[in-house]
Ligand binder design. Sequence first.
Ligand SMILES: Nc1ncnc2c1ncn2[C@@H]1O[C@H](COP(=O)(O)OP(=O)(O)OP(=O)(O)O)[C@@H](O)[C@H]1O
Ligand SMILES: [Mg+2]
Length: 170
Amino acid sequence: MYIENIENGIILTVDSTRETLQIGEIIGRTAEQGTIIALNGDLGAGKTVLVKGIAKGLEIEEEPNSPTFVILQTYSGKHPLYHFDFYRLSSAGELDDLNFEDFFYGQGVTVVEWAERISEVFPDYSIKIDIEIPDESKIDGPVQSRIITIKGEEKWLLSFRNTVEQALQT
Ligand SMILES: Nc1ncnc2c1ncn2[C@@H]1O[C@H](COP(=O)(O)OP(=O)(O)OP(=O)(O)O)[C@@H](O)[C@H]1O
Ligand SMILES: [Mg+2]
């Protein structure tokens, strides 16, 4: 894994599914009540893999997945996890029926796949994560590496960065 610090964020280059899970787990461990995570990345980038890690970090027993046509799944753990997948969402209007504010501003941790579909609903303090598959994959077939760009508020970033660095040393 390779770490690069950027303004208001961090770029992690991971080499395997396991490392993405590990990063997710640290995000879950450092998340607090009310944490909102806006997750973006192409099909198969590894968004749901990251969510599985987040769930583990929140001490959730079940493993999240992304069944078609299910927009929200709730899991209970250290904090409740609200896992949204907006892939099939075409407008913010559809969200009104969901009362998403009850989740965003509730007692749990919210993570949203395909957040870009309705980027306007995310408060400024949301953690923003983009997962990118490096270009070589288009030539050599599937590669295991991913570029994960994470932006968030200073306070959370500090503890996240420290925890990642500690995990890498052990
Ligand atoms: N470094 C990596 N990190 C995450 N996933 C990886 C990595 N390398 C390979 N993969 C594989 O890529 C796939 C990612 O699938 P995943 O369902 O998490 O993608 P997704 O971004 O949620 O896609 P979708 O938009 O369809 O929901 C998995 O099969 C995973 O094993
Ligand atoms: Mg997914």
